[in-house]
Design a protein around this ligand. Structure first.
Ligand code: DX5
Ligand code: ZN
Length: 218
């Protein structure tokens, strides 16, 4: 079990986009810790979601931490615009930035938290040289691009390998997981070493989001 505080980060991708402010308020009242924002460009992933103007519009509506997951081929030119739009953390894919040190330092120099994420098919060891540069490390438990997919349990082996490597490097780094997370698999995620649970459908589509968040937490 991780020693980091457990955080629940509902993914806005699963919200009803016709009333975003209300939807965000609902999960904030329900006890969400962060809001996870999935930015997709139709090139790195085969889907287009939303970007800077949406962040700008929702920023004044909530106090939730904006955890921005950038699924875009060339994130560097967009770092400052996302910061200006209200991001609190920016997570980039190792597949788009195989040598991420300078971009990670750029994110931190802007006073944002930075994260690095990998797809299900990418070996977890590719992240090891960069763990010391990060505020969070994210493991995808589905192919990125769409919400509502089934959790891939193989992701837990990556989480365990990361947990061991983080311990070996004697650093302090929370592990996040994203894709198909629900109250049924949350316990195995947390025992493997996850402390930040992203959940789209399980929270936004729940009849009782407070209950869903409480169930994910315990
Ligand atoms: C997938 C996104 C996820 C997704 C999670 O590309 O990164 O954040 O929205 O949604 P659920 O929890 O429904 O799988
Ligand atoms: Zn995501």
């Amino acid at each position: 079990m991780s020693t980091h505080p457990t955080r629940i980060a509902p993914s806005l991708l699963a919200a009803d986009f016709s009333c975003l402010a209300q939807q965000i308020d609902r999960v904030e009242q329900a006890g969400a810790d962060w809001l996870h924002l999935d930015v997709m460009d139709g090139r790195f992933v085969p889907n287009i979601s939303f970007g800077i103007p949406i962040l700008e519009s929702i920023r004044p509506k909530t106090r939730l931490f904006f955890d921005v997951h950038l699924m875009i081929v060339d994130p560097q030119p967009y770092l400052a615009p996302f910061k200006d739009a209200g991001a609190n953390s920016l997570t980039i894919h190792i597949e788009t930035c195989p040598q991420p040190t300078s971009i990670l330092r750029e994110i931190r120099a802007m006073d944002l938290q930075c994260g690095l994420v990998l797809n299900p098919s990418t070996p977890v060891e590719t992240l090891f040289p960069f763990l010391g540069e990060l505020d969070l490390v994210l493991v995808m438990s589905v192919e990125p691009g769409f919400g509502g997919q089934s959790f891939q349990p193989q992701a837990l082996q990556k989480v365990e390998a990361l947990r061991d490597e983080i311990e070996r490097q004697a650093i302090h780094l929370p592990i996040q997981i994203d894709g198909g997370v629900n109250p049924q698999n949350a316990t195995s995620c947390r025992s493997a070493g996850v402390s930040i649970l992203v959940a789209g459908s399980a929270v936004f589509r729940a009849e009782d989001p407070s209950r869903a968040i409480a169930d994910l937490r315990t």
